[in-house]
Design a protein around this ligand. Structure first.
Ligand code: MG
Ligand code: ZN
Length: 215
């Protein structure tokens, strides 16, 4: 909450008869944004605790507010999806069966998701799907029949924000210890956890959502 206003610059003193309230009545930009038509989440470091090149479903651990955040979206009737870079496949560190098994565990714990998109390529493959390229966001939106500009992407690093930007989508960055300071500094929107990110997207103040029901 930004309650402090910078001092008004001198030239405006000439119109100081105009009530300040006329200026501050305008709602913040975020309030006028419609809720997203769908929300796509990064998997590792966003929905679940990042285990690099995870091949073991038993190591899947949702982040603390993942269930509550997803529940809030589902209660609002907003489709949810996963868009995940899995370059471990291209690097030969994982096979597709292992990734699918981990994804099934994610779906058991946090699903059902309305759409899954996965990039198996490496950084040098020049594919259109590896974030920050927009391919997975565009494909997921198309699968749901919604416009990319109406969706939001939630992720933990700059590549997630970049994929959203490249697709014309909104984004919310939820940083972890691996998030670079410049990624935080350049992200349009940053929130401390998934629940706060979803509350931001739904314009739902934390104090009035009756969260007891979704924890
Ligand atoms: Mg991530
Ligand atoms: Zn790819």
């Amino acid at each position: 909450m930004l309650s402090a206003r910078p001092p008004r610059p001198e030239p405006l003193a000439a119109v100081s008869d105009a009530p300040l309230a006329a200026v501050s009545d305008a709602p913040p930009a975020a309030v006028s944004d419609a809720p997203p038509a769908a929300v796509f989440f990064d998997r590792d470091g966003t929905l679940v605790v990042d285990v690099p090149y995870c091949a073991d479903p038993d190591l899947v651990t949702p982040v603390p507010t993942a269930r509550a955040a997803l529940c809030l979206l589902r209660a609002a009737g907003i489709p949810v999806g996963v868009v995940s870079n899995q370059s471990g496949i291209a690097r030969g560190l994982l096979n597709r069966e292992q990734v699918d098994a981990v994804n099934r565990r994610v779906d058991d714990l946090l699903g059902p998701f309305d759409v899954w998109q996965l990039c198996p390529h490496g950084p040098d493959d020049g594919c259109a799907c590896r974030k920050p390229a927009p391919g997975m966001v565009l494909a997921a939106a198309q699968q749901l029949g919604v416009a990319p500009g109406d969706v939001a992407v939630v992720g933990d690093i700059g590549a997630d924000v970049g994929a959203a930007r490249a697709a014309g989508a909104r984004s919310v960055l939820v940083p972890t210890e691996v998030t670079l300071p410049e990624e935080v500094a350049t992200a349009p929107v940053v929130r401390p956890d998934l629940l706060a990110a979803v509350q931001y997207l739904l314009n739902t103040p934390a104090t009035v959502t009756g969260l007891a029901g979704v924890r």
